[in-house]
Design a protein around this ligand. Structure first.
Ligand code: ADP
Ligand code: MG
Length: 613
């Protein structure tokens, strides 16, 4: 017999689709609170939200005669016609959440609008109204949800441990607090305040309130626009990195998303600055035309697809490159890294480079009691260079961000770190130590500059510049180079010939399996050119996708070989000229392998080390 299910049964079934676990309830209620225009939202949970969830806001409230209506399926104040669907600005609109929540819990609603003298208190158990009456309460809305799935034991069984459920809620609350820094959030778990934000609109202070990590104070602001898209947020200097992407958070038009495309942009942006396997910390907000993206509307999925992925990759990477070029991005030695020492002992105090720096074992403090041999030595350069460059650089160097672009609006920043581009002209070189590190000062700091790393950077950019230039200077060679290769490589000539020609090679078939090279780029020697073409064709035979990597590797190796060695003595004039060339670089603060070129000791930090402040 076919029957229409009664409302309570139907709601219970439908609820299963919207409400899977405690996080679903928290999400729906908090999004309703945001839609209500609240600027303060308090969320409290107990036992992972299984027994107790309370969400209190100071938003518009629900008029007393509409309180029950709000719990009807498809009851919403947010859209009235199908046309409205195209222009949704609120987080919710399906009008299903309250009906679903109420169907599988004990729900209490206390709400009051500003216009109304008194509030209303409504109790619903398993979808049935138990009571509805007046009550005194402040403007806004409170939902108290208890005993989730008390009437659907099968669902109850599927819930995970309290801590597994609460960790999802913590994650969600952290994200929503970051997405809405202008809303004051307070989040309480089992009676403890997990975090509370100020709601003053400042993203960095919101990040600090949520994560409570003092190292995040040094995050660098990002604000960059191109092609009508904008990226804002905060990212870590290369000195702070992690072993996973866990600390990378992305929002697109205010919603938290996971996106391989944005990840790719981040990789590109940090490419020459971080070693393989290290991941920067980022909080990035992409603002783009909603028509240019496809958000999966399903509430629990957060994948997003961009119409033009390259546009977004370039936006993110240029935003990062631009941000890291700023003064605030120079790696700094911190007084906290200098261990306290007893003034009466003649200790050698050395600063420890910030822990996460690419070369992780910079000199440690020399303990007075220890023999000097026990001191961990700095990693030899050779070892650092063994890092697989191929993986660091998986494509052509970016053409982006040739000049620093000023953000559209002033950036708000609690600690107000110096955020103008680093000014090389204020740098006053004073000499060099160990024939390896140039020393310099400016008004506020003392700098050590690794002369080899600096020179490598200068060479590298010169070579990349030549490689990317439209006009390639070529040099004819007296005896043409003949190269034998596989027939399959000759067969797929279109795949690689254009690229080599673009680089400045004149190369052609020479009968059989041979190729003849008559002209080579000016920045290569004969031998280099020959090896280069061989390597290039090899990788073309392997599938062709790695050819750009070969180019870049070559440029890096060459710049490294050409650069002055660490122990070459430089005159002051040579130092000045090197700094001038570094100044002209797109990315002066790290060598092409990702090691820093510069370390800054601010005057303040030095004073702190000497306990003067
Ligand atoms: P939706 O959010 O999709 O409209 P819900 O079932 O979540 O559907 O909510 C139904 C309606 O109840 C909302 O459209 C809104 O009018 C009202 N409402 C829910 N929560 C609140 C709140 N915290 N403050 C004010 N109104 C609310
Ligand atoms: Mg809703």
């Amino acid at each position: 017999m076919i029957r229409v299910l009664d409302k309570i049964v139907a709601d219970k079934i439908a609820a299963g689709e919207v409400i899977e676990r405690p996080i679903s309830i928290v999400k729906e209620l908090v999004e309703n609170s945001i839609d209500s225009g609240a600027d303060s939202i308090i969320v409290e949970i107990k036992k992972g939200g299984k027994t107790y969830i309370r969400v209190t806001d100071n938003g518009c409230g629900i008029p007393d005669d509409e309180a029950e209506t709000a719990f009807l399926r498809h009851a919403t104040s947010k859209i009235t016609t199908a046309k409205d669907l195209d222009a949704i600005e609120t987080l919710g609109f399906r009008g299903e959440a309250l009906a679903s929540i109420a169907a599988v819990t004990h729900t209490e609603l206390i709400t009051k609008t500003a216009e109304s003298k008194s509030g209303v208190r409504l109790l619903i158990h398993g979808g049935e109204v138990i009571s509805n009456g007046k009550t005194g309460c402040p403007d806004g809305t409170t939902f108290v949800i208890t005993d989730l799935f008390y009437n659907t034991p099968a669902r109850l069984k599927f819930m995970k441990s309290d801590s597994a459920e609460s960790s999802q809620i913590i994650e969600f609350m952290s994200m929503i607090a970051l997405a809405f820094p202008q809303i004051r959030f307070r989040f309480i778990n089992n009676g403890n305040i997990v975090f509370s934000t100020t709601g003053q609109g400042d993203l960095l202070s919101t990040i600090l309130s949520v994560y409570k990590l003092s190292e995040y104070k040094d995050l660098v602001p990002v604000d960059f626009s191109s092609f009508g898209n904008r990226v804002t947020g905060y990212i870590s200097k290369p000195s702070l990195s992690r072993t996973s992407r866990r600390n990378q958070v992305f929002f697109v038009n205010g919603r938290v998303v996971s996106s391989k495309v944005i990840e790719k942009g981040v990789n590109e942006g940090y490419k020459e600055r971080l070693f393989e396997g290290r991941f920067p910390v980022c909080f990035l907000f992409i603002h783009t035309n909603p028509e240019k993206l496809d958000v999966n509307i399903h509430p629990n999925k957060k994948e997003v697809r961009f119409d033009d992925e390259h546009e977004i990759i370039n936006l993110v990477s240029a935003g990062i490159v631009n941000a890291l070029l700023r003064n605030s991005a120079v790696i700094e030695a911190k007084a906290k890294d200098v261990k306290n020492y007893e003034p009466q002992v003649k200790a050698i105090v050395q600063t420890q480079a910030t822990a996460d720096m690419p070369k992780a074992d910079a000199p440690k403090i020399v303990e007075p009691a220890e023999p000097v041999e026990n001191v961990k030595k700095a990693e030899p350069i050779e070892k650092a260079e063994q890092v697989d460059i191929k993986q660091i650089l998986s494509s052509k160097p970016p053409r982006v961000a040739e000049k620093v672009i000023e953000p559209d609006r002033p950036l708000i920043n609690i600690d107000a770190p110096v955020n103008k581009p680093f000014d090389f002209d204020n740098l006053n070189p004073t000499g060099a130590i160990f024939n390896t590190y140039i020393t310099a000062t400016d008004d506020n700091g003392f700098y050590l500059i690794d002369q080899h790393a600096a020179h490598e950077r200068v060479f590298y950019e010169k070579l990349v510049g030549e490689y990317l230039a439209d006009e390639k200077p070529r040099q004819p060679i007296l005896t043409p180079i003949i190269i034998e290769t596989a027939p399959s490589v000759i067969e797929m000539k279109e795949e690689w010939l254009g690229c080599l020609e673009e680089m400045g090679f004149d190369i052609d078939e020479f009968g059989g399996n041979s190729l003849v090279v008559r002209e080579i780029p000016t920045f290569m020697s004969m031998l280099e050119a020959e090896n280069f073409v061989r390597e290039y064709l090899d990788s073309a035979a392997d599938g062709g996708k790695t050819v750009n990597t070969v180019v870049v590797n070559k440029l890096i190796t060459k710049s490294c070989k050409a650069a002055i060695k660490a122990h070459d003595h430089l005159s002051i004039a040579e130092i000045e000229s090197l700094l001038n060339q570094l100044k002209a670089c797109r990315n002066p603060f790290s060598c092409p392998h990702g090691r820093p070129t510069f370390i800054r000791f601010t005057k303040y930090e030095i004073e702190k080390m000497f306990k003067r402040v």
